[in-house]
Design a protein. Structure first.
Length: 192
């Protein structure tokens, strides 16, 4: 998806890249908030105390980071966004649609166990508002992705971008696993 929404491609399709990215951002925010509201609502019926919720969340994050570092593929759907939308729909429509799916977290391919930790945090927050905030932050984090492609204005840059993504995939995955485990350890200690 990162290599699909860039200035070169949007210009070729007669779209404005910034408009498509803005729609993507709105969709990603909306998808994250919607899932956060739903899980926060469900969690509001749970009698889990805050300290126990932190222990559970810390444990889940430690496990998630460990699974990512061990190379265990995250559970979840094995689908990407429908790239046939590109070229058949307006940039605002596929931008919003792609964003909403990625912002929801589990509507597309899940590459890290950390996504499940975010969903658990929304649920364990026990609050619609807290769930919405967690989901919104997650969605906005996902919305940053197309900005990385903002400098692609000619084919040679697209080729360089794709090879850089491939080269950095493993180091980024390891770094994310470490970060998730550290966050988990911090939440666990804080909950104790």
């Amino acid at each position: 998806m990162l290599s699909s929404i860039h200035p070169l491609g949007e210009r070729a399709r007669g779209n404005r890249w910034l408009v498509t990215v803005f729609a993507f951002t709105l969709g990603s925010l909306a998808g994250g908030v919607a899932v956060g509201v739903l899980l926060g609502f469900v969690g509001s019926f749970s009698p889990v105390r805050e300290d126990l919720a932190l222990l559970i969340l810390g444990s889940l994050a430690l496990m998630a980071g460990g699974l990512d570092l061990l190379g265990v593929k995250a559970a979840g759907p094995r689908r990407q966004v429908n790239e046939r939308w590109i070229g058949n729909l307006r940039g605002t429509v596929y931008g919003f649609g792609f964003g909403a799916q990625l912002g929801a977290g589990v509507a597309t391919f899940v590459v890290t166990w950390g996504v499940w930790v975010v969903l658990a945090a929304e649920l364990l927050s026990g609050s619609i508002l807290s769930g919405a905030v967690i989901g919104g932050v997650f969605g906005l984090g996902r919305a940053v992705a197309p900005l990385a492609a903002g400098w692609i204005d000619r084919p040679s840059r697209l080729t360089r971008f794709n090879s850089t993504l491939a080269r950095l995939a493993q180091p980024v995955h390891v770094t994310a696993g470490i970060a998730i485990a550290v966050i988990g350890a911090t939440a666990f200690v804080w909950g104790v």
